[in-house]
Design a binder for this molecule. Sequence first.
Ligand code: FAD
Length: 288
Amino acid sequence: MESVRYEAPNNVEAAVRLLAGENGAKVLSGGTDLIVQMRLMNRVPTVFVDVKRIPRLSALALDAKGLRSGAAVPAATLYGNETIRKLWPGLAEATDLIGSSQIQGRATWAGNLCNASPAADSVPALIACGATVVIAGPKGERRVPVEQVNVGPGKTSLAPGEFIVEFEIPAPAAHSSDAYQRLIPRSEMDIAVVGAAVALTLDAGGVVKAARVVLGAVAPTAILVPDAAAALVGSKCEDAALERAGQAATAAAKPIDDRRGTVAYRKKIAAVLTRRVAKIAYDRARAR
Ligand SMILES: Cc1cc2nc3c(=O)[nH]c(=O)nc-3n(C[C@H](O)[C@H](O)[C@H](O)COP(=O)(O)OP(=O)(O)OC[C@H]3O[C@@H](n4cnc5c(N)ncnc54)[C@H](O)[C@@H]3O)c2cc1C
């Protein structure tokens, strides 16, 4: 067996040098995907670059502008934060759905995103909330909306040597909220057959003035569904508007057939979850 190196740099520049230095280098965050894949699929990096000792990647800051979360902050810390749960309840519930307590003690948003599974739970919720990632690489830093990071199953738009340093999530406007739900085939840990996230902003009279609707597990990446969002804008999420949003979700879904569900089933569930999740987000926004 070839030797595998382990490096744990304590600053961003050193991590970039290590990642850019060899093709087989891989970022190690929680390792809950990477180590499993290494064992099951014999995908062994030449060097693990453990980013958890970089202080910026473990920092969490909340202010009037929103949340800045280091990429290595584990799911348990994010879900355990009362302010995050209050401001972004949908994102918090998506984060709390990742695996078990043990998995959440290690798993990160960055790993969930960069593993690039179409079924990742936190990704639709991050996109619905308008999250951006700060990416560091050999050419410096850049900011990218979360929806532009994944380009297909297992594939990201990150260039060689680049990695995610932070997530930035804008503070929700007045009368805003979000929600996330997924369908899994059994009640224990499993992968989403379909996931749906909705973030809504209402006017003072309770009419939806802005919406983001995102589906997971029905396309090669999580997808924004502008037609579903448009169906909700101008409504009070009455049944007719929810129905139209659901139809738009079904139309946008381009799922695969596999043992978890057929194309027809997934398209139907996309509508069901979109309707349910939009109503939950609406009721939460009204209560603010
Ligand atoms: C038992 C079990 C249950 C699970 N259940 C769920 C579930 O219900 N829902 C779900 O969505 N997922 C689930 N997962 C998958 C996994 O836990 C999540 O995807 C998790 O969020 C991955 O985060 P991590 O920090 O462990 O990533 P890692 O395993 O460390 O990394 C995953 C990938 O992302 C890359 N990466 C990590 N950090 C960065 C970074 N900062 N910049 C660039 N690339 C990076 C790595 O190089 C690797 O390719 C489960 C896994 C297990 C083992």
